[in-house]
Design a protein around this ligand. Sequence first.
Ligand code: NAP
Ligand code: ZN
Ligand code: ZN
Length: 349
Amino acid sequence: MIAVSAYAAPSAGAPLERTTIERRPVGEHDVLIEIKYVGICHTDIHHVRDDWGRGGFPLVPGHEIAGTVAEVGPGVTKYRSGDRVGVGCMVDSCRQCENCRNGLEVYCTGGGFVGTYADSERYTDGSPTQGGYSTYIVVDERFVLRIPDALSLEQAAPLLCAGITTYSPLRHWNAGPGKKVAVIGLGGLGHLGVKFAHALGAEVTVLSQSLHKQEDGLRLGADHYYATSDAKTFQELAGTFDLILNTVSASLDGDAYLSLLRTDGTLVYLGVPEKPVSANIASLMLGRKSIASSGIGGIPETQEMLDFAAAHGVGADVEVIGAEQIEEAYDRVARSDVRYRFVIDNSTI
Ligand code: NAP
Ligand code: ZN
Ligand code: ZN
């Protein structure tokens, strides 16, 4: 086993503390990655605070991992020492079901994907998975992504979750020239949703709680910016959008947002509200509208997203912090005071 330094939450809601964890020895198809940067996703905070009751403590969060290859197993063909690589939310899946064979590992029906943390390596040795708030990780090459040279590692790290989570639905629901896309919430996911929707050629509107971040939103690529706290917003924008990406995990008024869609429009939930989502069927019927959801994206599409990001100059806007600032960063994310992703410099772990 390989002993590595990490930051872990010892129990639900407890502050993260420095610890040592073990990684498996580098196997035939494994890549040992020296982690340089890891993004702080709001999902990390949900897990550490046990909002979803998933447990798994002591828990090392982190699924926006960017680093370099330190060692490869004898059967590895895609990577060599020194390559710039990333790991996102998954480290394995059944690999045999129809979805896995089609590169939709996130929707694996043969037992589900193995999460990068708070999960177990159920297809191999059953050991618990531990995430990227650590100095090294061992991952099968099938779940390792290549980070193009045009992207800095700190700007690339958040693409591995927040990036693919917004890129995938934009592609699936055909965001592009002539399409009007709205993004609810200008946080980690939201700011990348704006950048990708703009790069794909759509007309982009931010729907934020206030106008505090308006200047940023327009700089990131939005054409319009509205405050959802202003009731006039909902009158003015009624029937406007082909696609709305909702990156907020708080419960929102479903009917109010459905009223902003054009005929055949889709409201996609990316945030995960604690309570079931409700809406009147009439809000869907009168305009043949849809409520949908989407989970990260498969491995081939994640590589496509990274290559697209490099070609279009899309990276995350990051605030790089040391590991001792994790608690402060968590509090700021919880207060929506983040511009727009905290990224940990793993040399401080
Ligand atoms: P984040 O950086 O905290 O951004 C969320 C944004 O939501 C905030 O910046 C804020 O934007 C808005 N917001 C916060 N509280 C709100 C409230 N009470 N009412 C209305 N708007 C509110 O979080 P994130 O990392 O982007 O993650 C967002 C959500 O996506 C999390 O729930 C996370 O678990 C989930 N997620 C899902 C997937 C997936 O596969 N579907 C992947 C990753 C993350 P404004 O200040 O602009 O209003
Ligand atoms: Zn995430
Ligand atoms: Zn599968």
